[in-house]
Every structure is written in C-alpha cells, then in structure tokens.
Design a protein around this ligand. Structure first.
Ligand SMILES: [Zn+2]
Length: 171
C-alpha cells in the first residue's frame, strides 16, 4: 500500500501483510496498548520510505492508555537486520490506541521529538504508525516528524476520495 504526504511529496510504502501482522500483535494485547519498532529502507534518493518489518520489545509497560517499551536486546536485533540483505534500518515506532482515534497525542509528539534528538538514533524524521484498535476492526494513521511537527501520510484512495477511512478487519 502506498501513502504520500502532500506537503512534502514524500512517499511511504508498506505491504498489506505487514499491516495485518502488526495489527494482530496489537489485537493480542487489546484492550491494552502495545507497540514495537519499525524497520525499513529509504528509496528513491530518500524520498520514499519502505516499512518492511517490525521488532517487538522483550520488556514493556502498558495499560489501556499507556505504552512504554524497553530497549533490552534490541541493539543486537537491529544489528542483525542491518547486516542482512536487504539491509534494514530502524525507521520509527508503532503503537496501538485501543478504542481511540489513530491520531498522535501530545505525548506521542514529545516522544518522537526526543527520539529524533537521541544521539543513538541516526534518523532525523522518525515514522510513527498508530493503530486505532477496535474490537473487530482497526484503522491506521501514518506520520513522520518534520520540523517538530508530525505530518500525516494519506493513502492514494483517500486522496482520490474513494474512501474516507481505511478500515481493516482484524483476522
Ligand atoms: Zn499514542
């Protein structure tokens, strides 16, 4: 599936199967929040980001309105992915919003800014993928940090006015 941010013309691609896989991880923990890391690659001279995999935290704290992941063991996993072919790098985070809209909270924006400022994080425009989890369906919101704001990617369908919202059934 292809998304684009109109303001910057930057594109994002992600496979439907990966969206479904991440949604299933989120559904497992519903009605609590859950999340993980996004791995991928930059293509076309950095104008397109391709999300290709996820890593789940070994340790985390979560409740219905809160999620914080630990970083134990993630460095080693990231290294393995970096050395694989194709080489995948850390590009951002995903987490669920159980029964709440797929829109970033004030805390989400703050966390993404902190991430971009982190010396250990090499990317300056981290991706944030939010899953609005409902009992039987989910919706996604895709954002990236740009000049201290979270800009949204919209799908081609949404831009052409075919669909107001993309809602996926949870398998
Ligand atoms: Zn959030």
């Amino acid at each position: 599936m292809k998304f684009v941010n109109k303001e910057t013309a930057l594109e994002l691609i992600i496979d439907d199967k990966l969206i479904q896989r991440i949604a299933d991880y989120g559904a497992d923990k519903y009605p609590n929040e859950f999340g993980g890391l996004l791995l991928g690659r930059y293509l076309n001279n950095h104008t397109t980001v391709s999300i290709e995999d996820t890593l789940l935290p070994k340790k985390y704290k979560s409740s219905r309105y809160f999620f914080e992941r630990g970083s134990e063991g993630l460095r080693e996993s990231l290294e393995l992915h970096y050395n694989a072919l194709p080489s995948l790098i850390y590009i951002g985070e995903w987490h669920t919003h159980p029964d709440s809209p797929a829109r970033p909270s004030a805390l989400d924006l703050k966390s993404m800014k902190e991430l971009a400022d982190d010396k250990n994080v090499l990317i300056t425009n981290p991706i944030l993928m939010i899953f609005e989890m409902r009992k039987r369906a989910h919706d996604i919101g895709l954002y990236f940090l740009h000049k201290d704001r979270l800009l949204r990617y919209t799908s081609m369908e949404e831009q052409q006015g075919w669909k107001e919202k993309i809602v996926y059934a949870t398998s």
